[in-house]
Design a protein around this ligand. Structure first.
Ligand code: GLN
Ligand code: ZN
Length: 762
């Protein structure tokens, strides 16, 4: 009998209840008990939803008040010293939130744990911190309470824990030592936990080891063997799960570990089950992830059914079916969407709908395809329709008519640079900002009022123009060299463009957790993309009309729009990227035709789309960089193209960054003390660079001295005539006082840099 189960369910609540409760708690408006009650309600609701879909095993421990990696730190008792109160050894809620966000209700501030992307998702997890003498102290209370909750409901619980190797892989060491030296103690703690769970009559534990989908050094592969050899004793049955990538060279290893079953992501690597069956000992459970946990399209049930039959036929043990990964990465419930285009909606499945798909597939396997005839036919007709909203022959045709010249600026940078300088006449160390200025309550209210039809288009335009004028005046007063219009009209850097392009749909409640209480609502790209009309020229023209200094045109790049959306699967991602690039290229050319001399194309999310495996990275970089070039290359040599990237981990992709051939790249470097620039130095990066001189995420005002010190470091690495001076990201989350003080110091620093440079060269 085919068993169905789930790896994890969204925990934010179908109405984002957890978000609102958390934020109230942090503001001191909710008691601890009230917060915990909301959390318990969400858990119970989630379990019941999953039980109603007939799941044979329901995850417990996948819920978190903030983040599952932070929870695992607490479970293992890994609390850095700065958070430990001398009086108590337990981890209370305040300590928990201090680790997460640097403060709890009392307002006292701490240096929070760092955040990083959870593998290749847009979810951010906390980074465990370990030191060479790290001790582990099992602290299972919270998990045990949740197990008790679900058991009381009479539901079949499957505790979910992050595996020891993945946990250790994610950990950051406070000094340089080999993390693997901690593995023995860590494993002891895990063994202790598994022993307790066995005592509770838990039959299965899901142990997540997504690092199995990465390129693992030999010593880590060996560590898997020694660790799981120890964990198998006196433990419940273990289901070893991996996701986000195929196991490839780790597959024999994973199959032969002494666990009772393995789960494979067959969305990311559909064929790996065949290879797995060569190594998987008979009698072991094979769990197949055939429902996509990373995207929101309905499953092609008839096709999945056929795959299931094949696997069932070849596998000599129990077969389980599940989503490919935790459903954390998709919105909760499509039924809430009451304003979505029916045709688009008919093709979508959110978390709850995906569970129903599991149920249907189980029924089909158990009773034959006739038992699900209607549902299967419905899916086929929804998924295979070719409506005019999805396919535009003109767009398709345009995509086939691209030639190499469209991916190239007319001349190399060395020729463009003097032409641009003639045109722009900028000083050395030109100063600029990344695009957005503070998004005040007033701005948000105005946008909302316009959206709801409470104010007219004319009123909206007047108010927004006032804002642009204010931003320009401030920048002129500060003495910045290259100005921006401030982005007041933009709610979000992707949504703003998606809303103006064809081929995009927007949900009302399609929230996905990004970190802690933060959620994002990614647009849905469902059809061919085209730009009905210019999107940004009116605002930029207005801004430019107010000043003689250059105002940058400001666009979000094709790869970032793609990576921060739910993307269609009926054509390759690369093709959607090309369509986006063409639409944005038209915008770039329109801006130039309107006299805009500098155009910035933000690619904040380029890095995070990089596949986990080295071997897959080149393919992605190839089409992603080409999409950027296609966007940027329609302009004359004298027009200056900027790009901006946050999270500038560039060492392994610097060649591709250079290949983007932007005239200027502004990057985040202040937190790493300019160390991130080393990649550019080693590579001898030829174009101009604006290394961020202060961290905009912090309310602290950077001193002129600090900025100078950073720029001196930058000058050791990069020639002065290549350097710009700018903050490390947009300023929309800051207030005006912070912004003017900080930029004042930044401009002062630039002036001092110029005179020092002139003196030195005389
Ligand atoms: N231009 C955008 C801004 O300034 C860039 C944001 C980003 O990089 N995330 O807000
Ligand atoms: Zn940024």
């Amino acid at each position: 009998m085919l068993k169905i189960h789930n790896l994890g369910f969204p925990r934010i609540g179908d109405q984002r209840q957890l978000k609102f409760a958390l934020e109230k708690f942090w503001r001191g408006e909710l008691t601890e008990n009230e917060l915990l009650a909301t959390a318990a309600d969400i858990r119970q609701h989630n379990w019941k939803v999953q039980a109603n879909c007939g799941l044979d095993l329901i995850p417990v421990g996948d819920f978190s008040l903030y983040d599952q990696v932070l929870d695992s730190c607490c479970l293992l008792g890994v609390i850095p010293h700065r958070f430990q109160s001398p009086s108590s050894s337990t981890i209370d809620l305040h300590t928990y939130f201090r680790m997460a966000r640097g403060r709890s209700v009392d307002g006292q501030s701490f240096r929070a744990l760092e955040m990083t992307k959870w593998f290749d998702t847009n979810y951010h997890c906390m980074v465990p911190e370990v030191d060479p003498a790290q001790k582990f102290n099992l602290n299972p209370q919270s998990l045990l309470e949740q197990i008790e909750e679900i058991t009381t409901l009479g539901l079949p619980a499957k505790p979910v824990i992050i595996g020891p190797l993945t946990w250790l892989w994610l950990a950051k060491t406070t000094s340089s030592f080999d993390k693997l030296s901690l593995l023995e103690d860590l494993t002891t703690t895990y063994a202790e936990l598994l022993h307790i769970l066995k005592g509770l009559n838990i039959t299965w534990v899901q142990i997540d080891e997504p690092v199995l989908g990465m390129d693992l050094p030999d010593c880590w592969q060996d560590a898997f063997k020694t660790t799981y050899d120890r964990l198998q004793h006196n433990a419940p049955k273990l289901l070893l799960t991996s996701y986000f990538s195929g196991l490839q060279d780790n597959l024999p290893l994973a199959c032969q570990l002494p666990v009772d079953g393995i789960h494979l992501d067959l969305i990311r690597d559909p064929q790996q089950w065949q290879e797995a069956l060569k190594y998987l000992p008979a009698g072991k459970v094979l769990s197949v992830g055939l429902i996509n946990g990373r995207n929101i399209w309905k499953n092609d049930l008839p096709q999945t059914y056929q795959t299931l039959l094949h696997i069932k036929n070849d596998h000599k043990g129990d077969l389980w079916l599940a989503p490919s990964c935790s459903l954390l990465h998709v919105p909760v419930d499509l039924d809430s969407e009451n304003q979505l285009d029916e045709e688009v909606k008919s093709r979508l499945a959110f978390a709850r709908q995906k569970l129903t798909e599991l149920e249907l597939l189980r029924l089909a396997v158990a009773e034959g395809i006739t038992a699900v005839g209607k549902e299967f036919n419905d899916v086929t007709s929804c998924l295979h329709q070719h409506s005019s909203a999805i396919e535009h022959p003109e767009i398709r045709q345009r995509c086939t008519q691209l030639n190499e010249a469209m991916y190239q600026r007319s001349s190399p940078f060395s020729i463009r640079k003097p032409l641009q300088q003639q045109h722009l006449n900028l000083p050395l160390f030109p100063t600029t900002t990344i695009g957005s200025f503070p998004q005040t309550d007033k701005i948000r209210q105005t946008r909302k009022a316009f959206k709801q039809g409470d104010i007219s288009a004319q009123q909206y335009k007047t108010e927004m123009e006032q804002n642009v004028r204010f931003c320009i005046d401030q920048q002129l007063a500060l003495g910045l060299d290259v100005l921006v219009h401030g982005e007041a009209e933009r709610n979000d850097m992707v949504e703003y463009f998606g809303e103006q392009l064809e081929g995009f749909a927007f949900t009302r409640y399609g929230w996905v957790q990004s970190y802690g209480s933060r959620c994002v609502k990614p647009p849905v790209i469902y059809g061919d993309i085209q730009r009905p009309q210019a999107m940004t020229t009116a605002w930029i023209n207005y801004a430019q009309s107010l000043t003689d200094r250059p105002v940058k045109g400001m666009l979000t790049g094709p790869v970032t729009i793609l990576n921060w959306s739910f993307v269609r699967e009926d054509i390759p991602r690369s093709e959607t990227a090309t369509q986006l690039a063409l639409a944005l290229r038209d915008e770039v050319c329109d801006l130039e035709a309107n006299g805009v001399a500098i155009i910035q194309i933000d690619e904040a999310a380029l890095r995070e789309g990089l596949p986990l495996r080295k071997h897959d990275q080149a393919g992605y970089l190839h089409w992603a960089i080409r999409a950027f070039r296609l966007t940027a290359s329609g302009v004359a040599d004298k027009t200056q193209i900027h790009t901006h990237m946050c999270y500038s981990e560039f060492n392994d992709i610097i060649e591709s960054i250079a290949d983007m051939d932007a005239d200027v790249i502004t990057i985040e470097t202040s937190r790493s003390n300019m160390e991130l620039l080393d990649a550019f130095v080693d590579f001898n990066y030829p174009n101009d660079i604006g290394p961020g001189v202060y961290d905009i995420h912090s309310p602290n005002i950077p001193e002129t001295e600090a900025i100078l010190a950073l720029m001196k470091k930058a000058q050791i690495r990069i020639n002065a005539p290549q350097l710009w001076v700018n903050p490390d990201c947009g300023l929309k989350t800051r207030n005006w006082n912070e912004v003017t003080d900080a930029l004042n110091n930044m401009v002062t620093a630039a002036i001092m840099l110029r005179s020092a440079y002139r003196q030195n060269s005389n």
